[in-house]
Design a protein around this ligand. Structure first.
Ligand SMILES: Nc1ncnc2c1ncn2[C@@H]1O[C@H](COP(=O)(O)OP(=O)(O)OP(=O)(O)O)[C@@H](O)[C@H]1O
Length: 589
């Protein structure tokens, strides 16, 4: 717990240390106030009112001091909370910003969102609202134990020995509840995923009358979530009951010993002084148990907080890509892959198995291959979304792992399928490609990308807000803005995923024109889906199951009568089946 706070707070950890120190002092002071009750009660029970007055005054001073200190503790706790929300979020943000781009899957992005919002808020509230009663609930009983020892050894021993027993019970119950909670969170996430999937797939389900199967999956997931939710409720309430019950057992044991002592005093007619000692001890027993009951009540909250802290810690534990520090600049806009191997996870199969490739500066390379052959992975490695498992990716002769992030970013621009837009205006999103671009360069990118046609239709033109993630625009419009952003960046190497699935015919044409325009002026590496694109490439690379099957100019590959030629022949044979007007040059792969 503390180590996660240290990760979040950094230098501000001193605030937590100060808060902890004050909370311990406050717990000791509360114990001190209880200690003052002993002489007050002893004198009052003995009828020595005058002697009691000084102690009563000391007691009142102690109560006032602890009230004042409590305010300080609370303020210190709030300061820690504010530091968690400010520097903690900042530190987490810095960490997340250094993670590999490829790590940002929808699942991981949702994780970050959850941690930064609910998780951090929950953690920020811990010091002020949870830690203070818990720290006092541990420190104050320690003082009371010393007082009990002074009153009667047996009571002191029972109280002292009860602490490790209670700690074990709390740890055991929270371990059981934590395991059940983990199962519930897993089933909850799965049920939510199924429900979202079900909602998103409505058009398909209704068109194909396939609701039955999908509803069954949703129902099964919701049923599983219901079962694990019920188990969690039962076990967590049982844990809470068991914790309180354990404290009550300690209370019962202390009361029994006190009652036996009282019986001895009454039976044996010992001096009245002993009777007041028994009564004072009984009061101490009550003051010993009270804070422990409070701690038992917080066990569930602490367990929940533990989950949030673990989620934060897990984010800090994701390893960022090592930073490159070489000041060596790429010699040209060439790209080279040297015997590249890659797997997404250590225990996953290899997705790329020894790919070697040389892309000349200013040339155009078309990557083609069946779905899953590794085309997207290959261009992701060029943009250093991940690092290769073995081999090397070089830009202008420099290994991308040695390049500073800004140098690599300046070298490469991308037009991929999952283009993200920020919640600014269309102009903001385009200018992001190169904030210092001239107005001429900006307008050129707007024209060339087809954005001019979009803004002509919108009353606010370039100032139209795109909404969160570009939600107010169509997929095609988002794509054009992303193309404009890539064009304005003017990086020497352009990586393009010509994914036809997400492009309408007009946008396909925009991409095609962009490629034609840039051919020979920039190094273009394109995951090609259009035959026209493949035909104009200087080099075609055919991938199959993570290996380069064929590589060469369109003419060479055709002459080689390999997979590419086979594919073109199949296309030619099938052309008779195609709707009039579709030519090889206009078909899609
Ligand atoms: N983020 C990921 N985590 C784990 N495996 C992945 C991930 N992305 C892709 N893969 C796997 O890597 C392999 C290659 O995928 P890749 O997307 O590179 O192929 P592709 O040729 O681009 O396919 P497509 O044309 O369908 O986009 C596939 O088996 C895929 O399941």
């Amino acid at each position: 717990m503390l180590s996660t706070f240290a990760l979040l707070l950094g230098d501000d950890m001193r605030l937590l240390r100060r808060y902890g120190f004050l909370a311990v002092i406050y717990g000791l002071l509360c114990g001190g106030v209880i200690a003052l009750l002993v002489p007050v009660l002893t004198h009052l029970l003995a009828g020595q009112v005058d002697a009691a007055i000084a102690w009563v005054l000391a007691l009142l001073a102690g109560v006032a001091a602890s009230w004042l200190l409590r305010r300080h503790v609370e303020r210190a706790g709030v300061r820690v909370g504010v530091a968690v929300l400010q520097s903690g979020r900042h530190r987490l943000g810095e960490r997340v910003a250094r993670l590999p781009v490829g790590w940002f899957t929808p699942q991981n992005t949702a994780r970050v969102g959850h941690v930064v919002t609910d998780g951090m808020m929950g953690i920020a509230q811990l010091p002020a609202h949870v830690f203070t009663p818990v720290i006092c609930g541990v420190v104050t009983p320690l003082v009371v134990i010393a007082l009990l020892f002074a009153q009667r050894g047996s009571l002191g021993w029972i109280a002292l020995l009860s602490l490790p027993v209670l700690a074990s019970v709390f740890v055991l119950t929270s371990w059981i509840a934590r395991r059940t909670d983990a199962a519930f969170q897993r089933d909850f996430a799965e049920a939510s995923q199924r429900l979202v999937e079900f909602a998103q797939a409505q058009s398909v389900l209704r068109a194909f009358g396939g609701e039955g199967g999908s509803t069954r999956f949703v129902e099964q997931a919701v049923e599983r979530q219901g079962r694990s939710g019920l188990r969690l409720i039962v076990l967590s309430s049982l844990s809470a009951v068991f914790n309180v019950w354990a404290v009550q057992c300690v209370f019962a044991a202390l009361l029994m010993v006190s009652a036996a002592w009282l019986g001895d005093v009454l039976d044996m007619g010992v001096a009245a002084g002993d009777l007041s000692a028994v009564l004072v001890s009984m009061l101490l027993v009550i003051r010993f148990v009270e804070p422990l009951l409070e701690v038992a009540g917080y066990a569930e909250v602490l367990r929940g907080a533990g989950g949030q802290l673990r989620a934060v810690r897990a984010l800090f534990e994701v390893q960022p890509l090592p930073e490159g520090h070489s000041a060596k600049q790429p010699a040209d806009a060439g790209v080279e892959l040297r015997d590249v191997h890659f797997r997404y996870d250590a225990d996953a199969p290899e997705v790329l198995c020894g790919v070697s490739l040389h892309v000349k500066p200013g040339s155009m390379t078309a990557l083609i291959g069946a779905s899953g052959s590794g085309k997207t992975t290959l261009v992701r490695l060029m943009a250093r979304f991940f690092d290769v498992s073995a081999g090397a990716v070089l830009m202008g002769g420099v290994d991308v792992r040695d390049m500073r992030e800004e140098d690599l970013a300046a070298q490469v621009s991308q037009i991929f399928q999952d283009n993200f837009l920020f919640a600014g205006s269309i102009a903001d999103n385009i200018r992001m490609g190169r904030p210092d671009a001239s107005d001429d360069a900006f307008m050129q990118a707007v024209q060339q990308s087809g954005v001019a046609e979009i803004i002509g239709r919108l009353p606010q033109g370039l100032d139209t807000p795109v909404g969160e993630g570009g939600a107010r625009l169509s997929g095609g419009e988002r794509q054009r803005i992303a193309i404009a952003r890539a064009l304005i960046k003017d990086a020497p190497i352009l990586l393009v995923d010509e994914a036809t699935a997400s492009l309408d015919a007009a946008n396909q044409a925009v991409i095609a024109q962009t490629l034609v325009r840039l051919r020979g002026r920039r190094t273009v590496i394109v995951i090609a889906h259009q035959l026209s694109t493949v035909a104009m490439a200087d080099q075609i690379v055919v991938l199959e199951a993570g290996r380069v099957l064929e590589q060469g100019s369109p003419g060479q590959l055709l002459a080689g009568q390999g997979r590419y030629a086979e594919f073109l022949n199949q296309r030619a044979a099938a052309r008779g089946w195609r709707i009039a007007g579709a030519t090889a040059a206009g078909g899609s792969l």
